[in-house]
Design a protein around this ligand. Structure first.
Ligand code: PLP
Length: 456
């Protein structure tokens, strides 16, 4: 057996990784040539790699480490629960204390009458649950043909066949025989890239009204639900114009369509409130949760469901569930994570203190020659790279080329910032301090300067 540890030389780890580890969303052959970056430890907002670099993680892992790295309280909660009850399922009329406690706490935190939780192991699984739940709901109400779910192009709702179909990532669809039947996509409210000569307000309204058009085309008696992220994350942190969500809400109400808010990124303080739906003024029937629920310390996701839908589903046996629905250790860690987010005032701090501080600095990046717009809500933001700000032009090179160069410069400057095409995005741990925000912005400037120089 090959013995490896964090003391194994980087090159050796990279060779083993290339030989045996298939990475998600990665061109694995290219990765083999270049060698992966190996993360060994982390604390707060900082990562250490196997070459001894200290890296500022402005992506909170994958948008998930809301509480920051290295919280012993979460380690202790996991250890306690592992000793007491490492696993039991929640099928067949059984339950356990961590699942009960977490479901009750989520019902307290969630707005309105979102009082019922169906647990899953991830955001993808939770969205698969939603797909099945809304169809079962309409079937139980005597409308089995009301089974079409409307989503948006460039949305991300997960990577299973169901959630990948709900998402609107064309590259994923092309490889997976997706979308499955009865999923319909409409255009996204991405003003910078697609708004043309329209004002953001008119554009937001027009894109929302695409939902109404789709419902009328398909027939309201066929449309079960509309699913969307309050703020698109993986699509490039696209904050919709202010006119968008009120119009979507009106349309869902008017045509009796269930509204699913995918809060996998937006939830648990990311936008300055517990849920993005609160920030955007949305009243969903179901919210998808994962990521920040446990701050990524253990995998857990779920659907928070309103009284009406839960009641109707409860009238029948819902033939659905996962072995790890309500895993006790993951629930115990999530509960402790929610306690810390609450008791340490982290969500409030994002809304009232560090969030506004970051916003001011982040928006200042628009004075860089490469940056067309900088948009941020709470602690999720994006900047558009452009050769011409006034016309919101795209680069001549293939989309994503410049974003990739910029991301590589960020890497070299020990800053993790991701690119989606030619948009650079951030989503740091919510515990980031003001001096760390200053460092983030400083490194972003430096990376943008280097990227700009590389284009000349
Ligand atoms: N929904 C949204 C909005 C996401 O951003 C993601 C993941 O990035 C998912 C769902 C899928 O979650 P998971 O990767 O935990 O399956």
């Amino acid at each position: 057996m090959t013995l490896i540890s964090t003391n194994t030389p980087t090159a050796e780890l990279q060779a083993l990784d290339a030989a045996h580890h298939m990475h998600p969303f990665t061109h694995n052959a290219e990765l083999g040539e270049k060698g992966v970056r190996i993360i060994t430890r982390a604390d707060g907002v900082w990562l250490n790699d196997s070459d001894g670099n200290r890296i500022l993680d402005a992506m909170a892992g994958l948008w998930c480490v809301n509480i920051g790295y290295g919280r012993k309280e979460l380690v202790d909660a996991a250890a306690r629960q592992m000793q007491e009850l490492p696993f039991y399922n929640t099928f067949f009329q059984t339950s356990h204390v961590p699942a009960i406690a977490l479901a009750a706490r989520l019902a307290e935190l969630a707005p309105g009458d979102l009082n019922h939780v169906f647990f899953a192991g991830s955001g993808s699984e939770a969205n698969d649950t939603n797909l099945r739940m809304v169809r079962a709901y309409w079937q139980e109400k005597g409308q089995p043909n009301k089974n079409v779910i409307i989503s948006r192009w460039n949305a991300y709702h997960g990577s299973s066949v169901g959630s990948g179909s709900l998402g609107g990532m064309k590259g994923m669809h092309a490889q997976g025989g997706m979308p499955i039947p009865d999923i319909h996509h409409i255009e996204q409210p991405h003003w910078w890239a697609e708004g043309g000569d329209m004002s953001p307000e008119d554009f937001g309204l027009a894109r929302a009204q695409e939902l109404e058009k789709a419902i009328l085309e398909l027939g309201a008696d066929r449309v079960a639900a509309f699913i969307a992220e309050p703020v698109q994350g993986a699509g490039g942190v696209i904050i919709p114009p202010a006119t968008y969500w009120p119009e979507i809400q009106r349309i869902c109400d008017e045509y009796n369509i269930l509204l699913i808010a995918d809060e996998v990124i937006c939830g648990f303080g990311r936008t300055g409130n517990w849920f993005g739906s609160q920030t955007m003024g949305i009243k969903p029937h179901i919210m998808t949760i994962a990521k920040g629920l446990s701050s990524g310390y253990l995998p857990i996701g779920g659907s928070i469901v309103c009284d009406e839908v839960a009641e109707v589903i409860g009238n029948t046996e819902f033939n659905h569930g996962y072995t790890y629905s309500g895993h006790p250790v993951a629930c115990a860690v999530a509960l402790e994570n929610l306690r810390l987010l609450d008791e340490e005032g982290i969500v409030t701090r994002v809304r009232e203190d560090t969030g506004p501080y970051l916003k001011e600095k982040f928006e200042g990046l628009t004075s860089h020659p490469l940056v067309g717009e900088a948009k941020i809500v709470g602690m999720m933001g994006s900047i558009a790279l452009t050769p011409d700000k006034a016309s919101r032009a795209k680069f001549e090179a293939d989309e994503g080329t410049v974003g990739f160069i910029c991301r590589e410069r960020c890497f070299a400057n020990n800053l993790i910032m991701r690119h989606v095409g030619d948009r650079m995005i951030i989503s740091p741990p919510l515990v980031i301090s003001k001096p760390e925000i200053d460092m983030l912005i400083e490194r972003a400037w430096k990376s943008l300067d280097e990227c700009h120089a590389a284009l000349k």
